[in-house]
Ligand binder design. Structure first.
Ligand code: ADP
Ligand code: ADP
Ligand code: MG
Length: 514
């Protein structure tokens, strides 16, 4: 228990310092809690859903996030003008910026997140490793910050290659470099350090052994200022592209109840070692022998938090708000009772048939899936302009099922219902993955996608050929274009076909006007 009794500060009006689906997610929780809401927006986001949803909205600058969503003075101005008494940073942007958390505190605002000291400690991945080592938590074999090539070579010789050079201030899958042989190491170290300085404002790098094959398994934690720390179970996030998650699920097929208990205990110890408060995620790598290794702590709400919400029935944003207001969490480890299976697909505006390049433009029609066990957290609306300024995440489709098979079946059904015209998305790729037998068997690791990419490309080409043949045959037989239309989308695989067919019917019925 902390020495001083925690101060309770009720939140009456909250400003969300973010955009997109996560801003809307936070605003919804506030609405349920009876908290007045303030949105902020850049010039590119005037019509955004979060702006329309909030009680008030303030323009904070032009489209580039450096002049709007990342501008601490502009955000504090909006907070002052609106009379907000709290700030929720969402994820990305300033959510892991200790300076912002401190600036909020200095301005008399409740920051819905951990204390600045915990953000600083855990945001420096090399420092976090040191703290976790002291707390007795198993680490990925690695080093402190390194500048000396000799020290790096000594680690490489001891750990074996390949090794990774990682930026101490890195995040979002960026700032990670694979080094296959000792002769590449000195150069990689220097280059990585320069890049890290540019990208993260910190030249610090450290080394880790490149563990393969492993799963990414993380534990959601929630801590209050009354001494309670709870672990809400794991999420398996091994389906990654360029070290960024695209499908997440819970529970993990690789985690037994006994292992879960040990991982939760380690995550709770990590939170205690950092004097943590609020929602956080302790990320681990899990090897084939069920050994787990600390990777990092994300000191914020995670993109994939809804997976845990569906599994446990808890509202993590509501918990965040309560804890930030100084209230006790109100439940303990014994009250956490996960049920069934949950899956999330991140839907991004990227073209899977063209090296996942961002797909920009205007959304003509967005028709979101629904029905039993389906939740969609999205920033989509008809007419949304997908711009190059921000992250490509458009929506998250999250499903719940009694077991993994039902969750997968529901996700396939939900993605088939998802109609999105105007920009390309990764939905066809998700559909392909969900059909993959290794995914269905749960035989996955962080390198799963590497092997799958090429097959996906081949399958897509085959589908395109098939579509051309089908179209030619249909044209020759004099069938109506309506029945031929779905074939156009078969370049995207059978998944997109039915969504396309729906859209086609809607256009013919006059629903959709371009
Ligand atoms: P998670 O484990 O929650 O997915 P990530 O490290 O992938 O965490 O980052 C969270 C999200 O925030 C991702 O969608 C990422 O692309 C986005 N993000 C990270 N940094 C920024 C930033 N500076 N501005 C906007 N979005 C960001
Ligand atoms: P970020 O801060 O960008 O999220 P992480 O350290 O969490 O960086 O790593 C992101 C991903 O990169 C992990 O989920 C994992 O797939 C891969 N990765 C990172 N470090 C290692 C490692 N030492 N061995 C194997 N894979 C790793
Ligand atoms: Mg990470």
């Amino acid at each position: 228990m902390p020495a001083d009794p925690p101060v309770t500060r009720p939140i009456k009006k909250l400003l969300v310092a973010n955009r997109g689906e996560i801003a809307l997610r936070v605003l919804r929780a506030c609405r349920e809690e009876g908290i007045a809401t303030v949105a902020v927006y850049s010039e590119a986001d005037r019509d955004a859903l979060h702006v329309r949803y909030a009680d008030e909205a303030y323009l904070i600058g032009p489209a580039p996030s450096s002049e709007s969503y990342l501008s601490i003075p502009n955000l504090l101005d909006a907070a002052r003008t609106s009379g907000a008494d709290a700030v929720h940073p969402g994820y990305g942007f300033l959510s892991e910026n200790a300076g912002f958390a401190q600036a909020c505190a200095n301005a008399g605002l409740v920051f819905v997140g951990p204390p600045p000291a915990a953000i600083s400690l855990l945001g420096d991945k090399a420092m976090a490793r040191r703290a976790m080592k002291q707390a007795g938590i198993p680490l990925v074999p690695g080093t402190d910050r390194v500048t000396d090539p000799e020290a790096a070579l000594a680690f490489g010789a001891e750990a074996g290659y390949p090794v990774l050079v990682k930026a101490a201030g890195g995040g979002g899958g960026r700032g990670i470099r694979v080094v296959a042989t000792p002769d590449e190491l000195a150069g990689a170290l220097q280059q990585a350090s320069q890049e890290a300085l540019q990208a993260f404002g910190d030249a610090g790098v450290y080394l880790e052994k490149y563990l393969l094959p492993v799963r990414h398994v993380e534990i959601q934690i929630m801590a209050d200022s009354h001494g309670t720390v709870v672990g809400l179970g794991e999420r398996e996030c091994s389906i990654q592209r360029r070290h960024q998650k695209i499908i997440e699920e819970a529970p993990s097929v690789a985690v037994s109840p006994e292992l879960r208990g040990r991982m939760i205990a380690a995550a709770v110890a990590a939170a205690r070692a950092a004097d943590y408060r609020g929602a956080g995620t302790v990320e681990f790598l899990l090897d084939r022998d069920s050994r787990f290794y600390f990777l990092e702590v994300n000191t914020r709400l995670q993109v994939e938090h809804p997976v845990t919400e569906l599994l446990t029935g808890r509202d993590l944003v509501r918990d965040q708000l309560r804890v930030a207001a100084g209230q006790p969490l109100g439940y303990t480890q014994d009250d956490v009772s996960p049920r069934g299976w949950a899956l999330e697909c991140r839907i991004t505006a990227e073209d899977p048939h063209n090296s996942f390049l961002p797909s920009l433009g205007r959304v003509r029609l967005a028709q979101l899936p629904s029905g039993p066990g389906v939740r969609v957290d999205s920033s989509l609306y008809d007419g949304l302009e997908v711009s190059p300024y921000y992250d490509s995440l458009l929506a998250k489709v999250i499903v719940w099922g009694e077991d993994r098979a039902q969750a997968i079946a529901r996700m396939r059904r939900a993605l088939d219902e998802f109609v999105l015209l105007g920009v390309k998305t990764n939905i066809p790729f998700h559909r392909y993955l969900l059909d993959h037998q290794d995914f269905q068997a749960g035989a996955i690791s962080t390198s799963f996608l590497e092997g799958v990419m090429e097959d996906f490309g081949k399958a897509a080409t085959a589908n395109r050929d098939l579509a051309a043949i089908t179209a030619a045959v249909l044209a020759h037989s004099g069938l109506s274009p309506a029945s031929a239309a779905p074939g156009q989308a078969s370049a995207d695989g059978p998944a997109a076909r039915s969504a396309w067919a729906t859209a086609y019917r809607m256009r013919n019925s006059g629903y959709w006007k371009v």
